[in-house]
Design a protein around this ligand. Structure first.
Ligand SMILES: NC(=O)c1ccc[n+]([C@@H]2O[C@H](COP(=O)([O-])OP(=O)(O)OC[C@H]3O[C@@H](n4cnc5c(N)ncnc54)[C@H](OP(=O)(O)O)[C@@H]3O)[C@@H](O)[C@H]2O)c1
Length: 245
């Protein structure tokens, strides 16, 4: 069994926790000793099974439905953090959307949806979470290796994820004096429940130094480190977790 980064009693909000990397984050952070407020958007069996898994894990964990692009939902979500936990020690902005569209056909509505979910929601959540933070807090924004590389058909997505790096750098400087650290974890290609054609798996595995796709818990361990006091002198950083792609 892999050793876990100790998060003893830290109160952490994770967005987009229903599936994919967010689910791995919620389960790994809970197993590491954090109390987890897991935000999900759409319900279903996967949410029921996440609730069961979290219930089996020691700690004070809660599942809250909220759309991070909806200002009222975000307000309600943070109110839940206040009433259930009395504050927050960590925020993981993970919820994200992507689409693959040639730039010359990209409708402005789709540009806005992708920017608002991947970047606007981080603004909204982080700003409104500030009053809940204690003397020390850590914000982890889930970015993307693609942000500083660029990929055809993902101009809107990479613009949002690159914006996250600028926001993270500025907030690290602006909030460091009040004990808030802000960092990015930038995944490479991570295997999730989403089916990928074998040709795509082979292609991206072959581009990495380690010869395989990443696992959701490998993103979660990096986030756990940045949430923990072990990383107390790290802020404004982008940690690429990409198998050396
Ligand atoms: N997987 C990768 O290879 C990879 C690589 C680089 C970066 N990333 C980043 O890692 C994060 C997670 O990616 P993933 O692969 O796990 O994606 P995913 O499987 O598509 O899951 C995305 C999660 O975000 C939630 N979400 C989307 N829009 C939301 C909204 N408006 N309000 C609340 N929740 C919302 C989704 O909820 P629903 O279930 O309701 O849709 C879902 O739980 C994203 O920020 C992504 O950009 C992923």
């Amino acid at each position: 069994m892999t050793d876990l980064i100790p998060l003893g009693g830290k109160r952490v909000l994770v967005t987009g926790a229903g599936r994919g990397i967010g689910r791995g984050l919620a389960l790994t952070l809970a197993a590491s000793g954090a109390h987890v407020l897991a935000c999900y958007r759409g319900g279903g069996e996967h949410i029921d099974s996440l609730a069961v898994r979290l219930k089996e894990t020691p700690g004070d964990h809660h599942l809250i439905q909220a759309d991070v692009t909806d200002a009222e939902d975000v307000q309600r979500l943070l109110e839940e953090a206040r009433t259930r936990f009395g504050g927050l020690d960590g925020l993981v902005n993970n919820a994200g959307v992507i689409s693959h569209i040639p730039f010359e056909e990209l409708p402005y509505e789709e540009w806005s949806r992708v920017l608002d979910t991947n970047l606007g929601a981080v603004f909204r959540l982080t700003q409104q979470a500030l009053p809940l933070f204690g003397e020390r807090a850590s914000v982890v924004n889930i970015g993307s290796r693609a942000a500083t590389v660029g990929i055809p058909l993902r101009g809107h997505y990479t613009a949002a994820k690159a914006g996250l790096i600028g926001l993270t750098r500025s907030l690290a400087k602006e909030l460091g004096g009040r004990g808030v650290r802000v960092n990015v974890v930038a995944p490479g290609v991570i295997a999730t429940e989403a089916e990928l054609p074998q040709a795509v798996v082979d292609k991206y595995s072959g581009l990495t130094a380690v010869g395989r796709l990443g696992r959701t818990e490998e993103i979660a361990h990096a986030a756990a480190f940045l949430l923990s006091d072990l990383s107390s002198y790290i802020t404004g950083e982008t940690l690429h977790v990409d198998g050396g792609i």
